[in-house]
Design a protein around this ligand. Structure first.
Ligand code: SAM
Ligand code: SF4
Length: 356
């Protein structure tokens, strides 16, 4: 059986925050260096995460992304990757464990008869990635997304609180060398902070053959500094790049992807992606669900409720009961976020906790 929500969206993509700790202090995420919210005993163990992943994969999840906080701060993350990567061969769950849940629909039967994970990715700030890339690949990681918000040393430090531009650039090389591709670069554009680098980043994508992902600033910063004026819209980003490097839209629809994807009209290498959750929302096609480091399911980045999967698992629930819980949670997935509504209230937890 697939995970289908009340708005007929199929959930294929699980994002797991493996820690809420971070060694950066990006002003748009975790500016004040708040201590981690989760206590050690509340954080899911590797065994729990592995078990939960198995269940999700048996329910049709095809993509898993490990994130945080900074996922490379979770000790021995390679071991977790190794465990989850086994699900690319086949879910170890016995089909009989959830056969009772299968509807009579023949299509759903064939869709789950051999559930497999197709894609295991990681999002990192790149600080300690270069020395870990080979082991991450060996453990079974497929690809990596690296965050990079400025190509200027001093500004990079102002944005993240850490003097690490060189490490991050080396991370991109290391990811390519280890074939953790396609390499995506996340860049949050904020007015007055780095919007004058949009064209530089487009040039960078061409020269280094990477997939840039320009992301609209979202009200998910722990410092609550987000304002509509500080956000640079997708339209503005597109226009700025087009004026220097004309773009061609790759596909008319974003599908379940969050980004509008463009190639360069002159055939240069690289790709431009624009992720516009605020001004061009994509909730109607959302296929994502999130698990926080302390085992709470969030059905949307902007949810105001969390669903305590950790306690269900630790309470000794059977496979069937856990599946039932997950299905009931998915049915509560919000139709859309409310950032543009008068009633909008920022999420209670920052991106570093929820997992971007
Ligand atoms: N620490 C890792 C990193 O920075 O890549 C992974 C976690 S981070 C929360 C994941 C992504 O969320 C990053 O690419 C970051 O730029 C993005 N992000 C964080 N806060 C954001 C915000 N307020 N608006 C938009 N994107 C944000
Ligand atoms: Fe840390 Fe990533 Fe948030 Fe920056 S964006 S503070 S690196 S979790």
């Amino acid at each position: 059986m697939l995970l289908r929500d009340a708005h007929n969206r199929i959930i294929r993509d699980l994002r797991i925050s493996v820690t809420d700790r971070c060694n950066f202090r990006c002003f748009y995420c975790l500016p004040n260096g708040e201590p981690p919210l989760a206590r050690k005993e509340t954080i899911l163990t590797f065994e729990e995460i592995e078990y939960i992943c198995e269940i999700f994969v048996s329910l049709g999840i095809e993509k898993i992304r490990l994130t945080g906080g900074e996922p490379l701060l979770r000790r021995d993350i390679e071991t977790l990757i190794e465990k989850i990567a086994r699900l690319k061969v086949q879910s170890r769950l016995e089909i009989s464990d959830f056969r009772l849940q299968i509807s009579d629909d023949e299509n759903s039967k064939s869709e789950i008869s051999n559930p497999k994970l197709k894609d295991l990715a990681l999002t990192t700030n790149g600080h300690s990635f270069p020395s870990r890339a080979a082991n991450l690949k060996r453990a079974g990681l497929d690809r990596v997304t690296i965050s990079l918000d400025s190509l200027r040393c001093e500004r990079f430090r102002e944005i993240t609180g850490v003097d690490a531009l060189e490490n991050v650039l080396q991370s991109i090389d290391a990811a390519k060398r280890e074939n953790l591709t396609p390499v995506k670069i996340n860049c949050v554009i904020v007015r007055g902070r780095n919007d004058d680098e949009i064209v530089d980043f487009a040039r960078f994508a061409r020269e280094f053959d990477v997939k840039m992902r320009f992301i609209e600033f979202m009200p998910l910063d722990s410092g609550h500094g987000w304002t509509r004026e500080s956000m640079v819209s997708a339209k503005e980003i597109r226009e700025k790049i087009n004026a220097s490097f004309p773009l061609v839209l790759k596909e008319k629809s974003r599908g379940a992807e969050t980004a509008w994807r463009y190639e360069f009209a002159d055939g240069a290498a690289g790709e431009i992606g624009i992720v516009a959750p605020v001004t061009e929302m994509f909730c109607g096609a959302c296929s994502r669900i999130r698990l926080t480091a302390d085992g709470q399911i969030r059905t949307c980045l902007f949810s105001d409720v969390e669903h305590n999967l950790r306690d269900v698992v630790r309470g000794g629930a059977s496979h069937a009961e856990i599946i039932e819980f997950i299905q009931s949670v998915v049915l509560k997935k919000e139709a859309r976020h409310t950032i543009n509504d008068a009633v909008f209230a920022p999420a209670s937890r920052s991106m570093s906790f929820i997992g971007g």
